[in-house]
Write a protein that binds this ligand. Structure first.
Ligand code: FAD
Length: 475
């Protein structure tokens, strides 16, 4: 489906003048306009439809990124950065056409320092490649979005990505200490530091991380690392119902145990995994938790896992399966990673939200979501990082005819999340998909302040337009 009619596209003459000018700074191989490329870079993983760019450019270094941005400003052509286009909120979609600026060729790991516990990377490095490279040296880069096998660190920084390990180790923001930041006008700034501590000046790194490619582009990223924990244990704990599993999550955390992951899988998600043939759950499994604990001493890790298991037993767990080696651990995580595509196979259509509530409210939100699904006649699946309150709530439906009902369910879901003290997105970002819902959570004054910040960095508004903030009301 092509949905470009909603947005005013840039005039073709401007693009033609820009492309002629870009020939001075980029080689012909760095500019693509063939139909296949335009279609591929007009989509991401947000199910938002297709928005074709006029051209895709592939700069090799910071100077080229800056030169491209400066020329876009001269010719008045919108430009939208992208990494691997695995985003789930439409952040990389070129809604007004113009250029997509792909950072994928800037994919070198520039340095890993065992002494300083830091790494310096280009933005197009695949997250999993950095994880493996540092682990070979006994170091650990904890942020682990489930897309780590294909997403890029630049995209992670822009979205402030998190994953199962965020419960104990935090999210991307906690590891980014410095950046090379190319502003929308093409200025090149070094922000942040190379040291673990440092408080000089405003925290511009903090502002940039999570800015969803709307304030500029990171062309070099300095990350802090930590030592790799020597022992890790993973277990699957089975419950009769999603409520008992959710209560177990609260009980574990209230007991002062901080596993590195505490992932919830509800009955619908279990059915989807089984349907796909990816994992055999014991009969009667109504929900499951994947738990992972780590540390340096085997006895300590084992003791923590036993204590956690005992708490789950008291909450009604029916079975625990402890992975005995890395291949069994990987099998458990593979079952977790397959949930999203497996749910897609259950019904013709689905939307996936990543709401967050205070952890103590997890049982309540799950109960309310299931009741809402029953009332509206929609299937709701909930799974995800329950340990930190971040749930992927999915609505499965039969197709376009049910879309108005789904919109109603979505609005209710986000409203109840905010009512419970939560937030509409824990890791996927606002982007294009959720911009009209941000006002449910943030005041008009706060939205206005952020719009002014955007205008300060990007007065022409050409960088990644029509994202994050609700569209101004048209009279
Ligand atoms: C199966 C699957 C599982 C996922 N699981 C998770 C998960 O567990 N946790 C999670 O957080 N996300 C998850 N995601 C979402 C997605 O992978 C993340 O948002 C990821 O950070 C996007 O990276 P990307 O390289 O694909 O960026 P893109 O999708 O290409 O871009 C995302 C945003 O970043 C901007 N951007 C890209 N590069 C730069 C740069 N160098 N400088 C400035 N802005 C830039 C773009 O303009 C866009 O706004 C998942 C996605 C899929 C498909």
């Amino acid at each position: 489906m092509t949905e470009q009619a909603h947005f005013t596209r840039v005039e073709p003459e401007r693009v033609a003048r820009l492309l002629a000018d870009l020939a001075r700074v980029l080689t012909p191989g760095q500019v693509r306009q063939d139909a296949e490329t335009l279609a591929a870079y007009g989509r991401d993983e947000s199910d938002s439809g297709e928005f074709l760019p006029d051209a895709v450019v592939f700069p090799d270094d910071t100077a080229q990124v800056s030169a491209v941005f400066k020329r876009c400003q001269v010719h008045g052509v919108p430009f939208t950065p992208c990494g691997a286009r695995s985003g789930k909120s439409g952040g990389s979609l070129p809604l007004r056409g113009g250029l997509v600026v792909s950072l994928e060729r800037m994919n070198r790991i520039l340095a890993i320092s065992v002494e300083d516990l830091t790494a310096v990377v280009e933005p197009g490095v695949i997250t999993g490649d950095l994880m493996r490279a540092v682990e070979e040296r006994g170091l650990f880069y904890p942020p682990d979005p489930n897309s780590w096998e294909f997403c890029t660190l630049g995209g992670n920084v822009a979205e402030n990505a998190g994953g199962p390990r965020a419960l104990k180790y935090g999210v991307t923001r906690d590891y980014v200490i410095g950046l090379t930041w190319v502003t929308p006008e093409g200025e090149i700034l070094q922000v942040g530091r190379r040291t673990i501590k440092g408080v000089a000046g405003y925290d511009l790194v903090g502002l940039f991380v999570g800015s969803e490619g709307t304030l500029g582009v990171a062309t070099e990223i300095i990350l802090q690392l930590i030592p790799l924990p020597r022992r890790v244990m993973t277990a699957l704990i089975v419950f009769p119902s999603v409520l008992s599993a959710a209560r177990a999550v609260s009980a574990v955390l209230a007991a002062g145990i901080l596993p590195r992951c505490l992932e919830l899988i509800d009955d619908v998600a279990i059915a989807a995994i089984v349907h796909r043939g990816s994992f055999a759950f014991p009969p009667g499994a109504g929900a499951a938790l994947i738990v992972e604990v780590d540390g340096n001493a085997q006895e300590g890790v084992l003791a923590e896992l036993s204590q956690l298991g005992a708490i789950c037993d008291r909450q009604g767990a029916t079975q625990s399966l402890v992975a005995q080696d890395d291949s069994q651990r990987e099998k458990l995580w593979a079952a977790r990673r397959v949930i999203s595509p497996a749910l897609r196979a259950l019904k013709p259509a689905k939307i996936s939200e990543d709401i967050v509530v205070p952890r103590s409210r997890i049982p309540e939100i799950i109960e309310r979501l299931k009741a809402m699904g029953a009332e509206l006649g929609l299937t709701v699946a909930t799974y995800g990082h329950a340990g930190d309150g971040n749930l992927h709530a999915n609505i499965l439906y039969d197709g376009p005819a049910q879309r108005p009902l789904v919109e109603e369910a979505l609005r209710r879901m986000l409203l109840m999340t905010v009512e419970l003290g939560g937030t509409i997105t824990g890791e996927h970002g606002v982007g294009h998909a959720k911009r009209e819902y941000l006002a449910l959570e943030q005041s008009a004054a706060l939205l206005d302040l952020q719009r002014r910040l955007k205008a300060f960095f990007d007065p022409s508004g050409l960088l990644n337009p029509e994202k994050m903030f609700p569209a101004p009301k048209r009279s």
